[in-house]
Every structure is written in structure tokens, then in C-alpha cells.
Ligand binder design. Structure first.
Ligand SMILES: [Zn+2]
Length: 261
């Protein structure tokens, strides 16, 4: 059960199941398409405001189901990545993109340093601080942690159809990704790929590096093609499929840790 005590939320983020005692902490940086009123919709058409450019459809739903199944704390952003992409450092142009795939973002054109700073301080920093607090609290309690970030991606990008259905992404620490990919034959109907449709050279492993590698935590980024997440039933099915990869992978990693100790 997701407990409501010790949960927290504010404009920038929410922490669910904060007291979860499982071995994972789950992040969802692109969980919401919400644009706080002061940004006046970034000048976007309504359809664009809720498109995959603005968020990862279905990602929060599967992150929540994994959090329940693994008894894991979940830290999710509550602001559209077009306002600030919490999986990017402030100095990256893509943190506040002027253009995302085919969508121009008028409200991000020629931002002043003050405007960039305001978004960093009100969205990115609070999100990062929530992740740090969650990790720190577990460390104090002697809980070991692996870090999992959950994303979804569009089936057609710049006009090209993507075959990959589940991407298992990693940076320099491949432990958890390797262990999950070793389980891929358990999903013979799925196209499961390593570092697809993105990889470290696309800048998508910012959270993994900042919160995982820096703290010596095994980590993985999971990307699911969003045409497999069209409703609650499909989201539940996908969460189960991800658990088919994750549960034995977490177990294998634990045994590896025991051997080291
Ligand atoms: Zn994403």
C-alpha cells in the first residue's frame, strides 16, 4: 500500500510512499504536463501543452505501480518539462527548450538569465532537494538503495517509426541494466534494447549521474514506448512486464552485493 503519511508535495514535485522500505527509489522527472499559471501556458496551443513534448504520458502511472509493488519511495515532478526539464542540468539548452522535436515553445524564446534562474530555483532545485532528502533519510536508516527512473517515449520521432518498445538505459554503472537485460528473454513478445531510443550521448542520464553514480548507487533508466500505455489496463500490464525484468534483477544485484561483502 502507498501510505499517505510522510508524503509531501509542493508546486515542483511530489513524494509518494516516502516511508517505503523496499530497496529502490523511483524518480519520474517527466510525470506532469502542468504549467504553473505565471508562465502563461508558454504561449503553446492547447494540444501541444498536453503532447508528449510536454511530458511522458503514462510514466507516472507505471512509476506509481512499481512503487507499490517494490514498496519504493517515488519522487515525481509536478511541472511540464517544457518549463524546466528536471532530467537536465541548468546549463543545458534542453533544460528550457525553445523547440522540442516539432514544437516551437514561444514562452522559452530568448529567456533572460533571471528568468532561467527563477525556473531553476523554483522547479529544478526543489526537485533535486527532494531526491537528496529521500536518499539521505534512507542512508541514515541503513537502507541500501538502487535508483530507477521511469520515462516514456513517442513511437514516431521526426517521422521515423521506432521499433524498440522498452529501453533499458545506463551511464557508466551498468549493473542494474545488465541484470535487467539478462531477463529480457522472459518477455519474448517485446523489443527490449540497451540504451535505446536514447543513450548517454543524448544527455538523458543526468539524474542517473547526479543522484546515482555520485552516491555509488546502482541505477537504471527505463523508457517505455507510449503507444503501449494508452489506458490504465495497458499501464498495469506494462508495470507487470517491467517487474518481470526488475524483480529478478534486484535479487541478482543483492546476491552480488552479498558476495562482495
Ligand atoms: Zn522522459
Amino acid at each position: 500500500m502507498i501510505s499517505s503519511d510522510s508524503n509531501a508535495h509542493c508546486e515542483a514535485f511530489e513524494v509518494l510512499n516516502a516511508a517505503g522500505r523496499g530497496e529502490a527509489v523511483i524518480l519520474c522527472e517527466h510525470a506532469s504536463y502542468r504549467i504553473p499559471p505565471r508562465y502563461q501556458g508558454l504561449g503553446l496551443a492547447e494540444a501541444d501543452r498536453q503532447s508528449h513534448a510536454a511530458w511522458d504520458p503514462g510514466a507516472r502511472a507505471i512509476a506509481l505501480q512499481l512503487a507499490k509493488a517494490l514498496d519504493a519511495p517515488l519522487v515525481a515532478s509536478r511541472v511540464s518539462r517544457l518549463v524546466y526539464d528536471c532530467n537536465r542540468p541548468p546549463e543545458a539548452a534542453s533544460a528550457m527548450p525553445e523547440k522540442s522535436e516539432l514544437i516551437e515553445v514561444p514562452g522559452n524564446r530568448s529567456l533572460s538569465q533571471d528568468q532561467r534562474d527563477e525556473r531553476e530555483m523554483t522547479i529544478y532545485r526543489p526537485f533535486c532537494a527532494a531526491v537528496e532528502r529521500t536518499l539521505e533519510a534512507r542512508k541514515k536508516e541503513g537502507l541500501s538503495t538502487v535508483l530507477i527512473t521511469i520515462h516514456s517515449f513517442t513511437p514516431v520521432y521526426h517521422g521515423t517509426q521506432r521499433a524498440v518498445e522498452i529501453g533499458i538505459l545506463h551511464d557508466s554503472d551498468t549493473r542494474l541494466a545488465d541484470a535487467m537485460l539478462a531477463q529480457a528473454p522472459a518477455l519474448p513478445h517485446r523489443c527490449v534494447e540497451r540504451n535505446e531510443p536514447y543513450g548517454p550521448s543524448d544527455g538523458v542520464t543526468h539524474s542517473l549521474k547526479l543522484h546515482g553514480l555520485k552516491n555509488g548507487l546502482a541505477n537504471v533508466m527505463i523508457e517505455v514506448r507510449n503507444d503501449l500505455l494508452r489506458n490504465a489496463e495497458e499501464e498495469a500490464l506494462m508495470a507487470q512486464e517491467l517487474l518481470t525484468l526488475l524483480t529478478p534483477a534486484l535479487c541478482a544485484l543483492k546476491q552480488e552485493g552479498c558476495k562482495d561483502a
